[in-house]
Design a protein around this ligand. Structure first.
Ligand code: PBG
Length: 325
């Protein structure tokens, strides 16, 4: 007798009946970039469809996204000016703090996540305090914790530390609790690789390091067991959600984290992963919607509950269209 798995692939209804993985609009987090000015909407050349938005524009963009089905956003900021101590990251009227307040007003139901890092705010572009060419760990923790507390104060539901400093989750948890924000959650970029796929983001956030690179704090791409240790540390320091980043070239690591940890798990489909699909689609070499959905599905299938992606709106539109057809 021949075994016939094809029986259940014969038509769309049969395929839907046995489908194992489904994306839903609630899975997605849309990244947005806040910049100074008013009425500013500047497209990022290496990320077609993604913009630097002034605070007024970001409030509009967030409510349009909410109307389109997006339930969560993550905010990044381009400050007016940068300095050695990243003071724009924790200023009361910092760019992200203002964006959080504006979005909270325009879209009270939207989940607001704030990326908690210093690299967009330091003059040298590194994710911590620099002295003698080194990125200092413990000195950076205090500023990172301060940044998280000020984002919570502005109204962020979740803070997302991405600097890869050791002990940052614990330092943030303590600072949040001490300032009365025990309900603010931490989504930790626990497993963040030193990746070439962040290239377009650094154009968007103007955060390319002035010297050196981030390999002395972000993870070495060949390592997967080390990722379990990073996840374990952040779990024990009090992370509420763990993240793996980038997503598609680290699906094996994502799966390992899924199998070993029971916290909600996020994956960041980063700027370079987005740009690759966009570029090939613009050349007419691939079917953009199909490749986008296949890619995002692979991330979910590997174990992500939450997917941060610049494609959030398009993916939700595709899901809604396929629900109707
Ligand atoms: C900040 C940060 C980065 C990204 C998210 N948070 C850049 C970096 O570490 O260089 C990358 C996101 C993307 O590429 O889409 N540290």
């Amino acid at each position: 007798m021949i075994h016939r798995p094809r029986r259940l692939r014969r038509n769309p209804a049969l395929r839907a009946l046995v489908r194992e993985t489904r994306l839903t609009p609630d899975n997605f987090v849309l990244p947005l970039f806040a910049c100074p000015g008013e009425g500013v909407r500047r497209e990022i050349s290496s990320m077609p469809g993604v913009f630097n938005l002034s605070v007024d524009e970001i409030a509009n963009e967030a409510s349009a996204a909410y109307d389109a089905g997006v339930r969560s956003i993550i905010l990044f900021g381009l400050p007016e000016s940068k300095d050695e101590l990243a003071s724009g990251a924790y200023a009361e009227d910092g760019i992200v703090q203002r964006a959080i307040r504006a979005v909270r007003r325009s879209s009270p139901e939207l989940i607001i996540i704030a990326d908690t890092c210093l690299c967009e705010y330091t003059s040298h572009g590194h994710c911590g305090v620099v002295r003698g060419g080194d990125v200092l760990n413990d000195e950076s923790l205090e500023l990172i914790a301060r940044t998280a507390a000020s984002q919570a104060e502005a109204g962020a539901d979740i803070v997302a530390p991405s600097a890869m400093m050791d002990g940052q989750v614990g330092a943030i948890r303590e600072a949040l609790d001490d300032s009365g924000f025990e309900n603010t959650a931490i989504m930790s970029y626990a497993v963040k690789y030193a990746s070439g796929f962040y290239g377009p983001f650094r154009e968007a956030a103007q955060s390319t390091p002035e010297f050196g690179d981030r390999r002395a704090y972000q993870m070495d791409p060949p390592n997967a067991r080390e990722a379990m240790r990073e996840a374990e540390l952040d779990f024990s320091e009090g992370a509420d959600i763990l993240m793996v980043k980038p997503a598609t070239v680290y699906l094996d690591v994502l799966k390992m984290v899924r199998d070993r940890f029971d916290l909600p798990l996020a994956a960041y489909h980063v700027s370079g992963e987005y740009a690759l699909i966009k570029a090939a689609a613009q050349k007419g070499w691939i079917d953009e919607e199909r490749v986008m959905m296949e890619t995002l599905t692979s991330i979910k299938r590997a174990g992500a509950d939450i997917i941060l992606t610049y494609y959030a709106r398009e993916a939700i539109a595709a899901l809604n269209a396929s629900a109707i057809s």
